[in-house]
Design a protein around this ligand. Structure first.
Ligand code: IPE
Ligand code: IPE
Ligand code: MG
Ligand code: MG
Length: 345
């Protein structure tokens, strides 16, 4: 049992006032918008209340869970890099974090995960029913909050992107156990389930700061490529990361038969004997599968291949910012492309 699992003890309470502990590296990257991020966090916390004690406890637990705040940071940095940050941005930053949190609460049910953001998941502390309902509460509140701003464009973009994210999760569920999946199809799922919301954040940040159409387009492409790089790296962490450091249940992709890039790559280049062996290990889903797969992944350089792919998407993201005027916020966006790939080293 890892320390993280021990900490998943269902009695563990989140600290009062929130659990947002940014690493020093992220706090530096977010420096141009740290104050805005605090304000959007305050909006999130204020909105996530209920007069019914049972609901209130559940909802507050769900939103008090700290995290990297990547989506609100992308939205606020995209705004700062192209114009002024307004009240609309602060509210929308809370909205995208609500949507992201909803997808995680639901995802932890699908993955039967025990730990999230260094705390017990809602499904471990309560149960699957509570998680499903909390996710619904978060999604619906996010759409309600977005609608209070009176920007039909923002509502349309958020609605469409959330729908694509959910579709991505469903496509991934549909490809469970399909180790024949092509790299292209795997990447398309990542684009939907993770790239889309990051693209939406960058688009909204720039659009509502008054950026030109082409700048908004560049920001959206930046977010999309960055999100794909981030998810490839996250999949690497799931395979070979340290739960105490990452703060969430790992190994769930293999447990749930979700094919990820290192395995897809190894299967694509392995000789027929190794290929069969890799397939057998992946399909058996035993506790030792990660360690049994390791020699094959190493023989076929599959982990370095996935790291290179993540870097390639991160580079594509950075290229989108080439024409941007120099500013601390634009520099933070550039540096985030390095952060997302470094996570898996
Ligand atoms: C987790 O996202 C889900 C993925 C897209 C990999 P994050 O790693 O951004 O989660 P938090 O918000 O920091 O907990
Ligand atoms: C992330 O997928 C879920 C969404 C992007 C909606 P994962 O299953 O990889 O996320 P983690 O690893 O549980 O955070
Ligand atoms: Mg998961
Ligand atoms: Mg993961």
């Amino acid at each position: 049992m890892t320390t993280v699992q021990r900490q998943a003890d269902s009695q563990r309470q989140p600290p009062a006032g929130g659990n947002r502990v940014l690493s020093p590296g992220l706090a530096r990257l977010y420096a141009p918008i740290l104050h805005d991020l605090d304000e959007s966090d305050a909006i999130f916390r204020r909105e996530m209340r209920s007069k019914y004690p049972y609901v209130d406890e559940l909802v507050r637990y769900g939103c008090l869970l700290g995290g990297k705040r990547l989506r609100p940071a992308l939205l606020l940095l995209s705004a700062r890099a192209t114009g002024p940050v307004t009240h609309q941005h602060l509210v929308l930053a809370a909205v995208v974090e609500m949507i992201h949190t909803a997808t995680l609460v639901h995802d932890d049910v699908l993955d039967e995960a025990d730990v999230r953001r260094h705390l017990a998941t809602v499904n471990a502390r309560w149960d699957d029913e509570a998680s499903i309902l909390l996710g619904d509460f978060l999604f619906s509140h996010a759409f309600y909050l977005a609608s209070t701003l009176g920007s039909t464009a923002a509502c349309r973009i958020i609605g469409r992107s959330t729908n694509i994210v959910c579709e991505g999760e469903i496509r991934q569920k549909g490809s469970r156990g399909d180790y024949e999946i092509s790299e292209e199809d795997y990447l398309a799922i990542l684009e939907a389930k993770t790239g889309e919301l990051c693209a939406c954040c960058c688009d909204l940040g720039g659009r509502l700061a008054g950026a030109t159409r082409s700048t908004v387009q560049q920001l959206a492409t930046f977010g999309r490529q960055l999100g794909i790089a981030f998810q490839i790296a996250d999949d690497l962490l799931d395979l070979d990361g340290d739960e105490d450091t990452v703060g969430k249940s790992l190994g769930t992709d293999l447990n749930k038969q979700k094919p990820t890039l290192p395995i897809i790559r190894a299967l694509a280049v392995a000789d027929s004997v190794d290929r069969q062996e890799i397939l057998d290990i992946a399909q058996q889903a035993t506790p030792e599968h990660a360690s049994r797969l390791r020699p094959y992944l190493s023989k076929y350089d599959a982990v370095s291949y996935a790291r290179q792919k993540a870097r390639c998407y991160a580079n594509r993201a950075r290229l989108q910012l080439d024409g941007f005027a120099n500013s601390p916020a634009a520099e933070s966006l550039r540096l985030l492309t390095e952060f997302v790939v470094q996570r898996a080293h």
